[in-house]
Design a protein around this ligand. Structure first.
Ligand code: ADP
Length: 137
């Protein structure tokens, strides 16, 4: 069993799609271990998107991710990391196939509905980044 982290981004929240996205993950047999709404701070985003910190669009990502609260989910299941990434689709929503979450609901490279951990190492770090032990069930 693996636990992966999904962040429902501001475009997901603004489009009232949180339930739809969670429904898709539950339909895949994934179990919600943790769920919380939060405002992403500058420090949190700098850590979470450290691999993009020197990109020219980084300030735009910060501003987008702070435009509404976000919802963090910890989802458990067999191969949950790959399963969630496959069902989310590629980063660029415009290039994401129909049937994927980004392909069906995303707008572009930045407004792509949700984040998901991309490796076991990232998942471990992100579970600890977004959840206290007492917030996981
Ligand atoms: P992913 O979210 O698919 O793992 P990355 O880790 O490469 O993709 O990027 C993190 C997030 O930064 C993306 O989901 C997206 O919101 C934003 N982003 C990535 N590339 C761009 C870009 N070229 N222009 C604007 N925003 C981007």
């Amino acid at each position: 069993m693996e636990t992966t982290v999904v962040l429902l981004k501001p475009d997901c929240i603004e489009k009232n799609l949180s339930g739809e996205v969670i429904k898709r993950f539950e339909a895949l047999g994934l179990r919600i271990r943790g769920c919380k709404m939060l405002s992403a701070t500058d420090a949190l985003l700098k850590e979470h998107y450290s691999h993009l910190a020197d990109k020219p669009f980084f300030p735009e990502i910060v501003s987008f991710m702070q435009s509404t609260p976000i919802i963090a989910l910890a989802l458990e299941g067999a191969n949950s990391i790959v399963t969630v990434r496959d069902n989310l689709g590629p980063t660029d929503s415009a290039a994401a196939p129909k049937g994927t979450i980004r392909g069906d609901f995303g707008t572009d490279k930045m407004r792509n509905i949700a984040h998901a951990s991309d490796s076991p190492e990232a998942a471990t770090a992100e579970v600890a980044r977004f959840f206290q032990d007492s917030e996981l069930f």
